[in-house]
Design a protein around this ligand. Sequence first.
Ligand SMILES: Nc1ccn([C@@H]2O[C@H](COP(=O)(O)O)[C@@H](O)[C@H]2O)c(=O)n1
Ligand SMILES: C[C@@]1(CO)OP(=O)(O)OP(=O)(O)OC[C@H]1O
Length: 163
Amino acid sequence: MTGIRVGQGFDVHRFTSPEEHRPLLLMGCEIPHDRGLVGHSDADVMLHALMDALLGAAGLGDIGQHFPDTDPAFKGADSAQLLQRVMGDLAERGWQVVNADVCLIGERPKIGPHRQRMRDRVAPILGVPSESLNVKATTTEKLGFTGRGEGLAAQAVVLIQRG
Ligand SMILES: Nc1ccn([C@@H]2O[C@H](COP(=O)(O)O)[C@@H](O)[C@H]2O)c(=O)n1
Ligand SMILES: C[C@@]1(CO)OP(=O)(O)OP(=O)(O)OC[C@H]1O
């Protein structure tokens, strides 16, 4: 079957306590920050939203189905490697990414200085030029759990095509 499909993803991870010293990974890049994110995997909230968008577009469920957080195999998992596996699943079915748009939701860290590095890291995994992977961020004007700095959220939208 030929065609184009759209998918969306959303994820949330809580910040570690300041004592925990876990690295903060966003879009496969280590981002200097005083806290990391809590997760069974490396807790890369932006890549998790992106994977869910890809799986959703292809009608393949969600990341919890593919990489259960009860499975010790995924403890500390590198989300960039999980993304490679998701891309393999899509490629097997003939899907290619057209473009993707990923939004970080939180007050800090500011992504401005890291935006291009994030695009350059993830675009090759998606098989697109970095211009086809947009990375953006918004605060929630200090409202809610992201506004209080308790964690980060991310949203992603992707378009895929085949045939
Ligand atoms: N974590 C963040 C949040 C925001 N930005 C940049 O700031 C701009 C303004 O954010 P508002 O929530 O006030 O609209 C936003 O468009 C981003 O460019 C950021 O870099 N990192
Ligand atoms: C990728 C996984 C693997 O345990 O990562 P987690 O860090 O548990 O993150 P979450 O977004 O809660 O669920 C997705 C999981 O499948």
